[in-house]
Design a protein around this ligand. Structure first.
Ligand SMILES: CC(=O)SCCNC(=O)CCNC(=O)[C@H](O)C(C)(C)COP(=O)(O)OP(=O)(O)OC[C@H]1O[C@@H](n2cnc3c(N)ncnc32)[C@H](O)[C@@H]1OP(=O)(O)O
Length: 430
């Protein structure tokens, strides 16, 4: 086996994120990931280069995109001898892709790779209903015209027009992400005003970062968008307070419902990519290193039988990563916590501050402690930028790497909750 090597984050590129059924309504996953990838290739002079590999994914994928990432590489300016494959870990996909590529570089299996993610809810894969699908497969498999006609007799007039539309819900509970988050918000008594403050801060910080030019070398304009379309620089806690709750609005505790369209991430279309390499490759290509990959962890919770909360897996993954690396919150300059919902960020922070949670669920003698709000999502996060599921990880890795490069030194923690009760977390340092 090779010894473990340092892994560099060289840079990232994404397209501005668009609200679902907005500017990218007619763009496919291939179009968007292709745009993000070609922007990265152009930025770092990779045209014609054969890379170790490209790993990316989408949560919602058409069956024709069985290897979406390979198709995108074949359509890109990279050397077509660059291997590529898809992976999927719900909203953790983009970060998981970066971890996978980083681990291969660390072990000396490859020198350089690209991680990415893309999603569109505008161009979601709509399937025909199961009965019709079976009949169509039988027609296709029949060996004679008679056989095809016999299979076709099973088609009924009312049947063909009942499509199956993908739902943003957990298959085992039937509840949407938002409904699950609302249960957790009640469990942790998450305050409505705190959620609205977090959401307003996310918009204001993202807008300020765009104004400062922070994203000039991280975001490439696409289809007429130059900034994330969900961004509302003029939002305020007062405006957010006026919005009606949309999740947790049924049942005996409906009067406590606090999650709105403003403090929930919107359905979003977009794509992101990140370039990772060995130190040797970066030096040979004279490319400066933004930050170093500093380890990762994943966790899963039992939200089906247990009471841990669907989106609470990072609350378990982070302490494991801290224990393994010997670090505490005091060792971090930045915390990038994906804002699926403001309430989910606040519930996670509350868990880390809770002596009871840290003792009973994590087996710790003392709480992990508070996260300094001044270090949390300093350039905004998913509430403002939007959240194209698999693309969020790449957005965060590139943002944090650049923050560390600008600071000159330091350490940042990434925490991403994912559907299926999973959490993907990682450390970057400089
Ligand atoms: C692991 C994970 O990441 S899980 C997360 C996965 N993602 C999700 O589950 C997506 C959750 N989000 C959603 O389903 C949808 O965005 C919803 C249901 C919350 C809201 O959808 P919509 O009702 O279409 O939202 P819409 O954009 O129309 O906003 C509703 C209203 O709030 C207003 N609003 C939204 N955000 C803001 C804001 N920041 N400031 C002020 N007003 C706002 C809108 O202007 C709109 O007002 P109007 O009705 O007067 O036009």
């Amino acid at each position: 086996m090779q010894t473990v090597r340092r892994v560099a984050i060289i840079g990232g590129n994404r397209i501005p994120f668009a609200r679902s059924n907005g500017r990218y309504a007619k763009a496919s996953n291939q179009d968007m990931l292709g745009a993000a990838l070609n922007g990265l290739v152009a930025r770092f002079g990779l045209a014609g280069e054969r890379l170790g590999e490209v790993a990316a994914g989408a949560v919602l994928k058409h069956s024709r995109d069985f290897n979406l990432t390979r198709e995108v590489v074949l359509g890109s300016r990279l050397d077509p001898h660059t291997p590529a494959y898809d992976l999927q870990q719900a909203c953790g996909t983009g970060l998981e892709a970066a971890i996978l590529v980083a681990n291969k570089i660390a072990l000396g299996q490859i020198e350089v790779g690209i991680a990415g993610g893309v999603d569109t809810t505008s161009d979601a894969p709509l399937a025909v209903n199961e009965e019709l699908r079976r009949t169509l497969l039988e027609i296709n498999a029949a060996r004679s015209l008679g056989g095809r006609l016999r299979a076709a007799t099973r088609l009924r007039p009312a049947q063909p027009f009942r499509p199956e539309i993908p739902r943003n819900a957990e298959p085992r509970t039937g509840l949407s992400m938002g409904e699950h988050a609302a249960i957790t918000a009640r469990r942790w008594n998450v305050d409505r005003r705190a959620q609205d403050e977090l959401a307003a801060r996310s918009h204001h910080r993202l807008a300020a970062a765009y104004e400062r030019g922070f994203f000039d070398d991280l975001v490439t304009p696409y289809l007429g968008l130059t900034r994330d379309a969900n961004l509302r620089p003029d939002t305020s806690v007062e405006k957010l307070a006026a919005l009606k709750p949309v999740f947790g609005t049924r049942g005996p505790e409906a009067d406590q419902a606090s999650m709105t369209a403003g403090n929930s991430s919107p359905l979003t279309d977009g794509a992101s990519t990140v370039l990772l390499a060995s130190e040797e490759w970066a030096n040979a290509h004279r490319l400066p290193v933004l930050a170093w990959f500093g380890g990762a962890e994943t966790a899963a919770v039992d939200f089906v039988h247990g009471d841990e909360g669907l989106l609470m897996a990072p609350a378990y993954a982070v302490p494991r990563l801290l224990a393994r690396t010997g670090l505490t919150f005091a060792d971090f300059d930045y915390f990038e916590i994906h804002e699926a919902f403001a309430s989910q960020v606040l519930a996670t922070l509350a868990a880390w501050e809770s002596a009871e949670f840290c003792r009973d669920r994590l087996g710790l003698d003392a709480p992990l402690g508070p996260v300094d709000p001044a270090k949390l999502n300093v350039n905004g996060s998913s509430l403002a930028a939007g959240h194209p599921f698999a693309a969020t990880g790449g957005r965060i890795v590139a943002t944090l790497a650049k923050l560390l490069a600008q600071r000159g030194s330091g350490r940042g923690l990434i925490s991403i909750c994912a559907a299926g009760g999973q959490g993907v977390v990682a450390i970057l340092e400089r």
